[in-house]
Design a protein around this ligand. Structure first.
Ligand code: NAI
Ligand code: MG
Length: 349
């Protein structure tokens, strides 16, 4: 990576997406200087209204050539639900084989949590959510739509290959952390076919990782433990839908949606990975300078880490941590730009 520039595709998207991405890029440029070359892609609600396009194939092919993608958020109330999610976000995740959706849940010092008494050391986990299968695979169908005899099915697709690769990734992740604990979250008692596959793969791969402590938790119990005993968790591996839901609980306990970062990762590096805040386009606050860019900036740290720039990633994370501590006194009233400027100054200073 050192010998050449980072080629980054940027998809600011809709609403606050562009606002937070501007700040993320500011921090990125501050930390890697001229080593980053960005190209901006106009995708999202505006493009959809103007041209009817969501993600044209030539654009998809072009995106494939980058080292990574930074995304703000897409979506607008004026676009029918599902269009941008399915034809843009999910299409990118599937086409680029982002089989790991990585979502850290970490309470930084100074950040308020709704969990009374929880300390930063109690909330420090990483959720490894499967990204290409499960209920999001799009299998199923509908008959007699709109009638009282309507039949709708939506099937969860789980392949031995797909489960094994994400489980292996999670074991490796756990091995690299001090606690070395991995929890499988599923619903094996009810989802007996899919759950059985996940449990068998988890147990079998686990034999190769004797240094990683393993645990299992049903998803409903895990949801409860997220708020009652978050210290139970270190690394979690789970399927697509369960991961989507529990990471929203994770965002809530770790300081809210303005801080939650994520990476859609292709660990085999056959296509670029994509980093984005967990939040959406927030039409209710768009254009007002009220959006917190921190989730995007933390996503930039994940991006740097993925590209092998671990020191730079750590600098960004430290700058965010320092900024968050100061928010105890000075948060109110700062605009999106001001937060971005303050974190940039810490990175350079
Ligand atoms: P949202 O995450 O956009 O907003 C939920 C609430 O959190 C709103 O009150 C918003 O003001 C607040 N919020 C979100 N991000 C914030 C930030 N950085 N700083 C301060 N406050 C923030 O979710 P919502 O309202 O359900 O969806 C809005 C649109 O975004 C929809 O069109 C949805 O489809 C889309 N969306 C897109 C995602 C993506 O691009 N990956 C993910 C989630 C939603
Ligand atoms: Mg979600």
């Amino acid at each position: 990576m050192d010998s050449r520039n980072i080629r980054l595709a940027v998809i600011p998207g809709d609403g606050i997406g562009a606002e937070v991405v501007t700040e993320g890029l500011k921090v990125l440029e501050a930390v890697v200087g001229t080593k980053v070359e960005t190209t901006t892609y106009d995708l999202g609600a505006k493009r959809y209204h103007e041209t009817g396009e969501t993600l044209p194939d030539p654009v998809l092919d072009e995106l494939r050539g980058y080292d990574a993608i930074l995304l703000g958020a897409v979506g607008d109330p004026s676009v029918p639900p599902g269009v941008l999610e399915r034809d843009l976000l999910l299409k990118l995740r599937f086409q680029f084989d982002h089989y790991v959706n990585l979502r850290p849940v970490k309470l930084f010092p100074g950040v308020e949590t709704p969990l009374g008494g929880a300390r930063p050391e109690d909330i420090d986990m990483i959720v490894v959510r499967e990204g290409t299968e499960g209920l999001y695979a799009g299998t199923g169908g509908v008959m007699r739509r709109g009638t009282s005899h309507e039949i709708a099915t939506q099937e969860s697709l789980n392949t031995a290959h797909g489960v094994e690769r994400v489980v292996r990734y999670a074991f490796e992740k756990a091995l690299g952390r001090p606690r070395r604990k991995l929890t499988l979250v599923h619903k094996t008692n009810v989802l007996t076919y899919a759950g059985d596959l996940w449990a068998r793969v988890f147990d079998r791969v686990g034999l190769e990782y004797p240094d990683v402590e393993t645990d299992y938790c049903h998803v409903d119990a895990a949801s409860m433990f997220f708020v009652s005993q978050p210290e139970r968790f270190d690394v979690i591996v789970t399927d697509n839908l369960f991961g989507d839901i529990i990471t929203d609980i994770g965002a809530a306990i770790a300081g809210g949606i303005g801080l939650a970062a994520s990476g859609n990762i292709n660990p085999d590096r056959t296509a670029p990975s994509m980093f984005e805040p967990v939040h959406g386009s927030a039409p209710d606050i768009a254009g007002q300078g009220k959006a917190d860019p921190t989730a995007t900036i933390l996503s930039v740290a994940m991006l740097l880490d993925h590209l092998g720039l671990a020191q730079e990633a750590a600098r960004v994370e430290q700058a965010v941590a320092d900024d968050l501590v100061e928010r105890l006194t000075g948060w109110a009233g700062r605009t999106t730009h001001e937060i971005g400027d303050d974190i940039t100054a810490r990175v350079t200073g």
